[in-house]
Design a protein around this ligand. Structure first.
Ligand code: GCW
Length: 716
């Protein structure tokens, strides 16, 4: 009795105590949870609650047809996303029943149903409300496991974006087979041109012991359709191919595999010598050929689904086939053949150029290099060899014409290389949403086959019926909670994946989706962020390079970040703008210049060659003109340079004030983090404006018609 009376009393005192503690702690816990939830880690996969009870109400369970890891994680993801957004727990089951969302690959579906469906292609998926064995179901079917994963993410995206889910009947196929990121991670944990912290893969020469970040990254990649990832720097450490290191790579591959992402690695061409101990790495030497085969056998034994190898050879000091007088095709093929039995590809970068060019030679031109090195090899690469081409002939500049090599390779697989990490576009400390640039590249018609051959179609392999093609984005994510160091820069990763899947999506569509998924429903938040993002690339271009095709005008021999127009000329790097006291621009015409323009097909070459038709925004990339030259716009070159830098810098000031108008509508953590970057950008934009304008003013000795320069010249 005593006990009985004591115990409830104790309990209730305890309960009161816990309630009190809880009431004190709850706000802290909630804010911690919120802070964690909005750290940017979940990026566009936040699965914020939506308040519409009718969404998917007809479905109360998830049936996964199949046991594979990929299918299981797709099922779990669907349950997790729906639980979070709808507040409903849909159990995962194996047995079919009415009201199920059914996940499976085509062959696992009953034949009767299968016969009614238009099958998706590899990696593609169907979302369809239908009946299965007499039961009403929502079908998420893939051509393969990966396709099911993509279907699940698409369904979750529809829910999050409040898109209609009644009578779903959707079939989506990816544009191309290669939709990869490249990560320039070094084995010591640093990342070349990475601005989001240290490597999520490596540290101190090894793969990290704990790989939960890698798992989360693979999930992010899969959510936008990316199916492969090269985890190490193209400036490859030879250790990657050692027998000690390969088992460590297998650990990464295992984590990626859950999300259908294939691991791939960058390898060094001299490896047969440096790793294999041979006295040569000549690609025609039988011992070298045998070494590549043995190495490939060894890797595929532990990573049976390795995507393949990526190779940077004869570039920026890397070894290559030139050491033995062999061609790039001979180099690529010997390795491609070793990968072939396993379905792997060898991706060979076309970023080959001489960085000791003679500045005094007016015919020398780095822009010519990729075409000069590769065009004549068209047709001599094996079917599982792929040439990876940077979008422009120089190097990820804020604006370049598209690489003419893209139109020249018609009997060779190619993939287009884009840069998500903002090496030359503000290094994630400036807002610069790159999808509008990528879209201009995709949509540019190279007239490679007499017309209607946009770059996006060529790269995907469709134009020339190539077995392999696609898109590669240099991502360089890091340990920072938000992956890229800047919440708004995540949009570039999202857009890359979505556009690689479907290059026909518009930049606006991708950014509208991203903003909604990443920041929620508030219309003012959406409108403001979408507009800022869409304006950001032209703004960045205006206060840095100028909108006349002068590339980035950043310090190209140093940080690639701060203004450094003087670093462009008088060195061997070839990012020349040939600016002197009379005029500016590289003469790349066929008539009087380097002949680069002649690498394009006749209609495109004609368009750029003539000053009458060459667009203002690439004028100085193709032509050398006096500062007084009058553009199509009616304004002189020099006044355009001056005005655009003022305009761009003013617009950049506007970003931070527009962002401030969102205070209270966005979680505090991201609000403040973004604000501090935008305020920094505003200051930097002024520095850019004054440095570039001051420099051109001193050089040309032409006054600004509006009298602004002089007062702001930083160094006279
Ligand atoms: O843009 C240059 C970068 C190098 C990079 C190289 C490349 C990985 O400045 O850091 O090296 O391009 O793409 O190979």
């Amino acid at each position: 009795m005593a006990l009985e009376s004591v115990e409830p009393a104790t309990k209730s005192t305890g309960a009161r105590f816990f309630r009190r503690v809880a009431s004190l702690l709850l706000p802290i816990v909630i804010s911690l949870v919120t802070a964690r939830a909005e750290s940017g880690h979940d990026a566009w996969l936040r699965y914020a609650p939506i308040h519409d009870a009718s969404v998917l109400q007809k479905y109360d369970r998830i049936v996964v047809l199949g046991e594979t890891e990929v299918l299981q994680s797709a099922g779990t993801e669907l349950a997790r996303g729906l639980q979070s957004m709808l507040g409903r727990t849909l159990p995962l089951q194996k047995e079919m029943s009415s009201g199920a969302i059914v996940l499976g690959i085509l062959p696992s579906l009953p034949k009767q149903l299968r016969n009614r469906l238009l099958a998706p292609a590899t990696d593609g998926y169907l979302l369809k409300t239908t009946t299965m064995q007499g039961r009403r179901v929502l079908l998420v079917a893939g051509a393969n496991d990966r396709g099911v994963t993509y279907g699940v993410f698409a369904l979750l995206r529809h829910v999050a974006l409040h898109q209609t889910l009644d009578a779903l009947d959707e079939r989506q196929n990816p544009s191309a087979s290669i939709r990869w990121t490249n990560e320039w991670d070094n084995l010591d944990g640093s990342i070349e041109r990475g601005y989001g912290g240290r490597s999520i893969f490596f540290s101190a020469g090894n793969v990290l012991p704990e790989l939960s970040k890698v798992r989360d990254y693979a999930r992010l990649l899969a959510s936008v359709g990316i199916n492969g990832c090269v985890v190490n720097n193209v400036n490859a450490d030879t250790r990657i191919l050692t027998s000690e290191f390969i088992p460590q790579l297998a650990r990464l591959a295992n984590v990626f595999r859950t999300w259908g992402v294939r691991l791939a690695i960058a390898v060094d061409f001299a490896s047969p010598k440096t790793v294999g101990g041979l006295n040569t790495f000549d690609p025609q030497d039988p011992a070298v050929i045998a070494w590549w085969q043995r190495k490939s056998d060894e890797i595929y034994r532990v990573i049976p689904d390795l995507g393949g190898f990526l190779m940077k050879a004869d570039s920026e000091g890397r070894s290559g086939p030139s050491a033995y007088g062999r061609t790039h095709a001979q180099a690529a093929n010997v390795i491609a053949r070793a990968l072939k039995p396993y379905g792997g590809v060898l991706i060979y970068r076309a970023f080959v150029y001489n960085h000791h060019l003679d500045w005094n030679d007016l015919k020398a031109d780095r822009a010519r290099a990729a075409y000069d090195n590769f065009a004549s090899l068209d047709g001599s690469f094996d079917d599982n060899a792929v040439v990876q081409i940077k979008y422009g002939p120089i190097d990820f500049q804020v604006r370049e014409p598209v690489s003419p090599l893209i139109g020249a390779l018609r009997h060779t697989n190619q993939v287009l290389e884009l840069q998500i990490t903002q090496e030359y576009t503000g290094q994630q400390r400036h807002l610069c949403f790159l999808a509008p640039m990528w879209k201009e590249i995709f949509d540019f018609d190279l007239h490679a086959n007499g017309g209607n051959t946009p770059v996006g179609e060529i790269a995907s392999g469709r134009t020339f019926h190539r077995p392999v093609g696609g898109f590669v984005g240099v991502a360089d994510v890091g340990q920072d909670e938000n992956w890229l160091g800047f919440d708004l820069a995540q949009a570039n990763l999202y857009a890359f994946g979505r556009l690689a899947w479907n290059p026909a999506l518009s930049a606006r569509q991708t950014i509208e989706q991203w903003t909604h998924l990443t920041f929620g429903d508030d219309p003012k938040v959406n409108k403001t962020i979408v507009e800022m993002q869409l304006e950001s690339w032209p703004v960045y271009e205006k206060y840095t390079g100028s909108p006349l095709g002068l590339q980035s005008l950043t310090n190209i021999v140093g940080d690639h970040f701060s203004p450094g127009p003087e670093s462009a000329d008088r060195n061997g790097w070839g990012q020349w703008i040939r600016a002197d006291h009379l005029g500016v621009g590289m003469d790349r015409t066929s008539g009087t210049g380097t002949g680069f323009i002649g690498q394009y097909s006749p209609p495109v070459a004609g368009y750029y060659e003539s000053l009458r038709t060459c667009p203002d925004n690439l004028l100085l990339f193709f032509h050398h003109v006096p500062y007084t030259y009058v553009l199509h716009s009616g304004k002189s070159v020099i006044q355009t340079i001056f005005d655009s830098h003022y305009e761009g810098a003013d617009e950049a000031q506007g970003f931070s004030s527009r962002w401030k108008s969102l205070e209270g509508r966005i979680d505090d953590t991201r609000f403040r983090a973004v604000l501090s970057r935008l305020e920094y950008q505003a200051e930097q934009a002024k520095l850019w404006r004054d440095t570039i304008n001051g420099w051109f003013f001193s050089l040309s000795a032409i006054a600004d018609a509006k009298g602004r320069i002089g007062a702001t010249v930083p160094h006279s």
